[in-house]
Design a binder for this molecule. Structure first.
Ligand code: 2IT
Length: 447
């Protein structure tokens, strides 16, 4: 196969789907070499089948806001690939959600889930519902209306959604309640990210951020370095940045920045436990303003409107917010200010030009599908606990998460080691994930 030819066909077919095409191009370029060493892949048209989702559900979601007015949104579930297990992946509620965004996220999820070592296929869903400024009652009504359609598409052995941007424990609770009401089935394994008293795994809320820092630890160790005393710039202030901030502090790093759509908060003395707790309040307020941190902690957090976290000098940059949030210009600014490591925690957080710049200018770079896989991996552990009707201790979950992140790092090294000894983590993650899924597809016939 020629990656460029397949991409040209995809571009012609799905010209509007920019994010999906970007995600597909990165994977196809990475796997081209190994693919062509396996004529059986070519014969079975593995790649041509892999880039088309198994099925896509779209549906109308109508609900009534606090003023009594009717609102209409679109809901989606993209079931991308189930070669290695039931569909698994989050739900995103954000005003910019469209099919391209969910296809890119579902496609990434296939390879990420394969890297976790657990048997989970790839999926993603969500809605163009905008949580900003919504009351708790509006969030509940929207989640219930969304589940009125989604419940028929999912199930503990078919498709298990979880949270993503705009969907946290509160939203999962409202959706789970409605699922039980509609399906009259009480199997907790239908959604992950549940509350710890009703089937949720301990550490699932922290898992994406914790797992990311365990990956960073492995990467630094591989290069004879460690995180102690290093300055870490985080973007966002949501669930992922929150977990990353806690673990950075625990490992002896210093969080020097968090950010939001409104600007950046510089943290000259690092982030305290109180400030970390306040991140949760900022998120649940649905105001979407990082400036609130500076208002609450004057002197400790310095807010600058319109600037990104990447303007703050750091050793390690961790994008934790949204796709394409770090541009080539940002990468150059980071490097000029002394940054020498960037690990994507958000999905596809870096633009292709930024990745290229990092890789060709001596900045260690690792992609989201490896770095942030601890989140979905712990969702997988939640499914296991639900299936066995038991709950593991925090120590047990954390030990498994450690092992999984170490194993993901090893897979990246195995498939990403270059002739000069350096490691291409993008190639490593894509090839490792792809080989597992492609082999499963091959063994299961033409479908
Ligand atoms: O992007 C992701 O991996 C997630 N949003 C978590 C998905 C999950 O099923 O836990």
């Amino acid at each position: 196969m020629k990656a460029a030819e397949i991409m040209a066909k995809l571009q012609a077919k799905h010209a509007e789907e920019k994010e999906f095409l970007q995600a597909a191009e990165e994977v196809l370029n990475s796997i081209e070499e190994i693919y062509n060493q396996h004529p059986e892949f070519e014969k079975a048209h593995i790649v041509e089948r892999l880039v088309e989702p198994d099925r896509i559900f779209t549906f109308r979601v109508a609900w009534v806001d606090d003023k009594g007015e009717v609102q209409t949104n679109i809901g989606y579930r993209v079931q991308f690939n189930a070669a290695i297990g039931p569909y698994k992946g989050g739900l995103r509620f954000h005003k910019a959600v469209n099919l391209s965004m969910l296809k890119f996220l579902g496609f990434e999820q296939i390879f990420k889930n394969a890297l976790t070592t657990l048997p989970m296929g790839g999926a993603k869903g969500g809605s163009d519902f905008d949580p900003v400024g919504k009351s708790d009652a509006e969030i509940m009504r929207f989640c219930q209306a969304f589940m009125l359609e989604l419940w028929k598409c999912i199930g503990p052995d078919t498709d298990v959604p979880a949270g993503d941007v705009g969907v946290g424990g509160r939203e999962i609770g409202y959706m789970y309640g409605m699922y039980k009401k509609l399906a009259r089935e009480y199997n907790t394994g239908v959604l992950t990210g549940k509350g710890a008293t009703w089937g949720g795994s301990i550490l699932r809320p922290e898992a994406t951020g914790f797992g990311a820092l365990y990956f960073v630890e492995n990467l630094l160790k591989e290069h004879g370095k460690d995180i102690k005393g290093k300055k870490v710039a985080l973007s966002g202030f949501g669930n992922v940045a929150w977990g990353a901030a806690i673990k950075t502090n625990q490992l002896g790093g210093k969080v020097v920045a968090i950010s939001g759509p409104d600007g950046v908060c510089e943290l000259p003395d690092g982030i305290t436990d109180e400030m970390i707790d306040y991140m949760l309040e900022m998120r649940s307020s649905n105001r979407n303003k990082v400036e609130d941190m500076a208002t609450k902690f004057p002197g400790k957090a310095k807010f600058t409107a319109g600037k990104k976290a990447w303007s703050v000098p750091c050793d390690i940059a961790l994008p934790c917010a949204f796709q394409n949030e770090l541009s080539e210009e940002d990468a150059k600014e980071l490097k000029a200010n002394g940054c020498w490591c960037c690990c994507e925690v958000s999905n596809m957080g870096c633009q292709p030009g930024a990745i290229h710049f990092f890789q060709t200018n001596g900045v260690y770079f690792a992609p989201g599908k490896a770095v942030n896989a601890g989140g979905v991996a712990t969702s997988g552990l939640e499914i296991t606990q639900n299936a066995a009707h038991l709950a593991w201790s925090g120590e047990e979950v954390d030990a498994k998460l450690h092992w999984i992140m170490k194993s993901i790092h090893e897979q990246c090294v195995k498939y990403g080691r270059k002739a000069d000894g350096s490691i291409d983590y993008v190639k490593g993650a894509n090839v490792a994930g792809f080989m597992k899924v492609a082999t499963a597809m091959l063994e299961q016939g033409i479908l």
